[in-house]
Design a protein around this ligand. Sequence first.
Ligand code: KG4
Ligand code: ZN
Length: 337
Amino acid sequence: MLVLGIESSCDESAAAVVEDGRKILSNVIATQIPFHEAYYGVVPEIASRKHTEWILPVVKESLREAGVRPEGLGGIAVTSRPGLMGSLLVGLSFAKGLAWATGKPFIAIDHILAHLYAPHLENDIDFPYIGLLVSGGHTIISVVTGYDEFTVLGTTIDDAAGEAFDKVSKFYRFGYPGGVAIDRLAKEGDDRAFDFPNPSLHKGAHRYDVSYSGLKTAVINQLDQFRNPAYPKTNENIAASFQKAAIGLLVERLLRAVEDTGIKTVVAGGGVAANSLLRARLAAVPGLRTIFPSPVLCTDNGAMVAGLGFKFLERGDRSPLSVTASARVPGFRRRYP
Ligand code: KG4
Ligand code: ZN
């Protein structure tokens, strides 16, 4: 079955055609990065205006590359939550219109579940596994037991992982998107130059939670306090030391979850899953199977939406055309028993 997946929750206008949840026939991503770069962050009004301009050509191109006409599709999947309201509505309204006009089965998709599906596009993965979702908006460590079944172990109690990269980068003008710029700069730096503190919350109910606001404050406001005088204060050294602390925190919590549950497979998704240090650190853990999507499938894309859409359509799920967008999704703070 060929499924069209449409994604417009943030700043990528994206559409893809995927066969049977696995074979990517097209994956078109029109990135808005150049339009938000000057502001060092996504400007919601600019994002929704660009989606409005781009959605039709992006969807057309995805169908053209896949060599399929709308009549040949087995279903239409679209991100309906969470994300920027104006941006979500563009993709969702477009997808509803197309589904109504063609009479094709229609399914609304949760962006967080779609990110967790991304590694399934390229790998055979059995449940359960420890799912790590790290993006600009979310940081979730969970036990995943199905495509839409997961139990949250830990989240961030303040900033998301990607958000911390973005805020540090914005302050020091390292580049945009922040995670990409810091990952690149860090390769030239020495991570011993600054010894940033680890957050102290790690007990009781917060066993798997992360916190980034203290680290962010240390890097931005108290930089000199943590500097090792043997090293110069360069952008590269700041980036490398921050990245070591930010990724180290994540890896520590994740390995705690692996140890406690005895589940030895970690599957990652979301923009921060593209981080080279995160990949290297987890790959070096003996006895752990780590599965990361290709970098292009870590950040927002339509293929993950189409792939997950197939799984839901296949089992008979349908969304009514009355489904609406929602900016937030409640319930990500549930605890693993
Ligand atoms: O998944 P995504 O495209 O959008 C959201 O759903 O949020 O993730 C974007 C986030 C941004 O915060 C960006 O700075 C971060 O992913 N990011 C990275 C890297 N590439 C993108 N963070 C760390 N290292 C990277 N290589
Ligand atoms: Zn995303």
